[in-house]
Design a protein around this ligand. Structure first.
Ligand code: SF4
Ligand code: SF4
Length: 85
């Protein structure tokens, strides 16, 4: 508790969750996410992004392959994509 966990810049939190203020659906990369997994509007990003803090889930995400990160994140938070088959 209280320990700072750094962001690994995996981009998962800018891809997996829905962000209504950005009109971003579940599982779709935010249109502001750069190819380097940076925020293209960092100084002007909405408060929901501003308030997001890396946590233990970020550490867990780094233990699995990149392609598994979004599905893992969605599973943890009980989110489903619209086009799930
Ligand atoms: S999921 Fe965590 S480690 Fe990955 S970009 Fe978001 S805050 Fe950073
Ligand atoms: S606005 Fe920036 S921080 Fe927020 S989801 Fe998009 S890329 Fe990520």
């Amino acid at each position: 508790m209280g320990e700072d966990i750094r962001c690994f810049r995996c981009g998962t939190c800018c891809i997996a969750p829905d962000i209504s203020t950005l009109g971003k659906p579940v599982g779709v990369p935010c249109r502001h996410l750069t190819p380097e997994n940076l925020c293209g509007i960092y100084p002007d990003r909405p408060s929901i992004c501003r308030n997001y803090r890396p946590d233990e889930i970020c550490v867990a995400l780094q233990q699995i392959s990149a392609s598994e990160r979004v599905p893992y994140f969605l599973q943890i938070y009980g989110l489903e994509t619209d086009n799930k088959q």
